[in-house]
Design a protein around this ligand. Structure first.
Ligand code: GDP
Length: 298
C-alpha cells in the first residue's frame, strides 16, 4: 500500500534538499507534484485541495523561512498534515459505563462486515473481554451460517435466529441478542447487520431501526479499501442515512494506492479505528494515523 504515492512524495521532497532558502517557485513545484501523486492515488479532490492548501501555506510561512534546514521542515509539515488527513490521534472504541458495550457493524454487502465481526470479537477477547456476536444479517442466505463459522474460529458465542423460524425480523434478533448477552454477562456485543450491493433506502431504514433498538455505543462503518475514493462517497451516504462513529477499512491488503484511507476522514470527519488486512482472523490491526503517514514518507 502507498508504494507509488510514497515514492513520488519522497522524490518530490528530496528535490527541495540542498536549497538554502526555499523560493515560492520551489514550494509550488513540490506541491504540484504532491497534488498529482495524491490524485493518482485516488484521493478525493476536496481532500487533496485542503491538504495541499495547508501544506503550501505552512511551507511558505515563518516556520520554514526561519528553519535551519528548510527542506527538512517541509518534510515535517507534510508528515503533520498526512497524520491529520488520516485522522490525527489513534481512534478509540467507546466502552459502555454499564456493560455490555454494543458495537453495530454497517456497510455494503461484500464490504467485509462478517469477517470483521469475527476479527473484532477475537481482538476484544484477547484483551480480556467476553464478547458475543449477534447475527442480524438476515438478508444474505448464508450470512448467519458464515458468522457462526467465524464465531467458532474466534471461540466467541454467536446469537442467531432459530433455524426454520420463518424469515425473521433483524431488529428483533438484534434486540434479543443484546438482552441475551446482557443476561449471560457478556461485556461486548457485536451486531452484524445486512448490507446491499448498493446504497438503498430500505437498507438504511433497517440499519436505523436496529440502531434505534439496540443503542450502540459505536456504529462502525466497514468499507472495502479497494474501491478507493468511492469509499468516501459510500461513507457519506451511510453517515447521513444511518450515522456512524468510526470506520473500518477492510481489504487493505489488496489496496495498492491508499485513496480510501486518505479520503475517508477528510470527507466524513469520522476516524478510521481498524484495518482488516486479509481473510484470516489475525489479519486485523488498529489504525494508527502517525504510523500510516510514516509509511508514506518512509
Ligand atoms: P459482508 O458481506 O460485508 O459480511 O462481507 P464478508 O465478510 O462476507 O466479506 C466478503 C469477502 O471479502 C469474503 O470473501 C471475505 O473473505 C473477503 N474479505 C473480508 N475482509 C477481507 C480482507 O481484509 N482482505 C481480503 N483480502 N479479503 C477480505
Amino acid at each position: 500500500m502507498f508504494n507509488n504515492l510514497s515514492d513520488r512524495i519522497t522524490a518530490s521532497l528530496k528535490g527541495l534538499r540542498g536549497h538554502g532558502r526555499l523560493s515560492e517557485a520551489d514550494v509550488d513545484k513540490t506541491i504540484r507534484e504532491i497534488r498529482r501523486a495524491l490524485l493518482d492515488a485516488d484521493v478525493a479532490v476536496p481532500v487533496v485541495r485542503d491538504f495541499t492548501g495547508r501544506v503550501r501555506e505552512r511551507a511558505l510561512g515563518e516556520e520554514v523561512s526561519k528553519a535551519l534546514n528548510p527542506a527538512q521542515q517541509v518534510v515535517k509539515i507534510v508528515n503533520d498534515e498526512l497524520v491529520d488527513v488520516l485522522g490525527g490521534a489513534t481512534g478509540e472504541l467507546t466502552w459502555a459505563k454499564n456493560p455490555p458495550t454494543v458495537i453495530m457493524l454497517a456497510g455494503l454487502q461484500g464490504a467485509g462486515k462478517t469477517t470483521l465481526a469475527g476479527k473484532l470479537a477475537k481482538w476484544t477477547k484477547d484483551q480480556g473481554h467476553t464478547p458475543m456476536l449477534v447475527a442480524a444479517d438476515l438478508q444474505r442466505p448464508n450470512a448467519v451460517n458464515q458468522l457462526q463459522i467465524v464465531g467458532e474460529r474466534a471461540g466467541v458465542p454467536v446469537f442467531a435466529p432459530e433455524p426454520g423460524n420463518g424469515v425473521g425480523d433483524p431488529v428483533q434478533v438484534a434486540l434479543n441478542g443484546v438482552s441475551t448477552a446482557q443476561f449471560q454477562q457478556h461485556d461486548v456485543v457485536i451486531v452484524d447487520t445486512a448490507g446491499r450491493l448498493g446504497v438503498d433506502e430500505e437498507m438504511m431504514q433497517q440499519a436505523r431501526d436496529i440502531r434505534d433498538a439496540v443503542h450502540p455505543d459505536d456504529t462502525l462503518f466497514v468499507v472495502d479499501a479497494m474501491i478507493g475514493q468511492d469509499a468516501a462517497r459510500v461513507a457519506e451516504a451511510f453517515r447521513d442515512g444511518v450515522g456512524f462513529t468510526g470506520v473500518v477499512l477492510s481489504k487493505l491488503d489488496g489496496d495498492a494506492r491508499g485513496g480510501a484511507a486518505l479520503s475517508i476522514t477528510g470527507v466524513t470527519q469520522r476516524p478510521i479505528l481498524f484495518a482488516s488486512t486479509g481473510e484470516q482472523l489475525g489479519d486485523f490491526e488498529r489504525f494508527h494515523p502517525d504510523r500510516m503517514a510514516g509509511r508514506i514518507l518512509d
